[in-house]
Write a protein that binds this ligand. Structure first.
Ligand SMILES: Nc1ncnc2c1ncn2[C@@H]1O[C@H](COP(=O)(O)OP(=O)(O)OP(=O)(O)O)[C@@H](O)[C@H]1O
Ligand SMILES: [Mg+2]
Length: 330
């Protein structure tokens, strides 16, 4: 078996007395996308900072592309393209100047840097705004420029800390497209995200962290399976009919819950679904739709951590609608 491209074993990092990362282990196979998921303060950025040699681990072993972060930090840095959680580009320069500057810092010739900048500006939909000052850019444009800067020199590993936080759906999809393209080209990607739907769509593997510890690992499908909370959802828009249905269903399943225009019955299997339809038909209640709903990654997250993705790690109440897609206010 080949060594994973990124290997993290028993990683620990404290700030003062507080353990930000408390024994985290995971591996990222070459050419795959790994999603690091966790609520605010879970320790995601700290893991990434240790991995990219921005922080020194207190304990544990971390290697990237076969280079150990302690013994060969230069080798690690030469293997990684990184975009941090907060944009690193210079406000006073234009988009193009920023890219050329990054290229020059990475020892590219002026000419090579200029050519690569033109290529990346086009790829990230920034060709028209390349000669405008970055201070005039929108948040989404800045994020794309940030990623373009990280890609000035091709690297086997790309590390993205919340690449799409605060982006509108169009920019988010553009970012997903780029990550998929890079993966097809063989790049290994580690990304953190607050959008659970994003990890579900993009990642081959997911590591869920909370309070500095890994609480679950697997493919998106495996995580959903582990949580195993498939349900049957009965949609009835008419409020009166919905009340009638609730009475009928409560009689058989005492723990049904009423959602927004729908009734949720625990147990998302065909038999339950058939029985729901039979009982409602017998009672003469009309439904708009009855379907099995598999858990979203956000459901999984909720079940694993006791709060949604946007909830706080300190036990304060999670946002009542901590659902994927909601803007992560920070
Ligand atoms: N430089 C630092 N000094 C002191 N404490 C820190 C430092 N960096 C992080 N922490 C603490 O470590 C814990 C983990 O922080 P980290 O930034 O890794 O979380 P995160 O998962 O990236 O959160 P977010 O989703 O908000 O970006 C938090 O409690 C944070 O307050
Ligand atoms: Mg972070």
């Amino acid at each position: 078996m080949t060594e994973p491209m990124i290997q993290v074993e028993g990683l620990r990092k404290s700030f003062g007395k507080r353990a930000a990362v408390d024994g985290v282990s995971f591996g990222v196979p070459a050419g795959s996308v790994m999603g690091l998921l966790g609520p605010n303060g879970a320790g995601k950025t700290t893991v990434i900072n240790c991995l990219t040699t921005l922080l020194r681990p207190d304990a544990g072993r971390v290697s990237v592309a076969g280079f150990d972060v302690e013994r060969d930090p230069a080798g690690v840095r030469a293997s990684i393209a990184l975009t941090g959680q907060f944009a690193a580009v210079d406000q006073l320069l234009t988009g193009r100047q920023n890219l050329v500057l990054f290229g020059r810092l990475l020892r590219m010739s002026r000419r090579a840097a200029g050519e690569r900048a033109t290529e990346l500006l086009a790829r990230f939909d920034l060709a028209e705004s390349g000669d405008r000052g970055v201070r005039e850019y929108s948040g989404g444009m800045r994020r794309r420029l940030d990623l373009a800067a990280a890609l000035m020199v091709p690297r086997p590993v790309l590390v993205l800390d919340e690449p799409t936080t605060g982006l509108d759906p169009r920019s988010r999809h553009a970012m997903w497209r780029v990550v998929r393209e890079l993966r097809s080209a063989g790049t290994t990607v580690l990304l953190t995200t607050q959008y659970l739907e994003e990890a579900d769509r993009l990642a081959d593997g997911i590591v869920v962290v909370a309070r500095g510890k890994v609480i679950a690992t697997g493919t998106p499908e495996e995580l959903k399976g582990k949580v195993g909370v498939s349900v049957c959802e009965v949609r009835i828009d008419d409020e009166r009919a919905r009340r009638d249905a609730l009475v009928v269903l409560l009689d058989r399943w005492p723990d049904v819950t009423e959602g927004d225009g729908s009734i949720v019955v625990p147990g998302g299997d065909a038999r339950t679904l058939a029985e729901i339809v039979r009982r409602l038909t017998e009672a003469g209640v009309e439904t708009d739709n009855v379907a099995i709903r598999r858990p979203s990654l956000d459901d999984a997250f909720f079940a694993l951590t006791g709060h949604g993705a946007l909830g706080h790690h300190d036990g304060s109440p999670a946002a009542s609608n901590g659902r994927a897609g909601a803007g992560a206010g920070r």
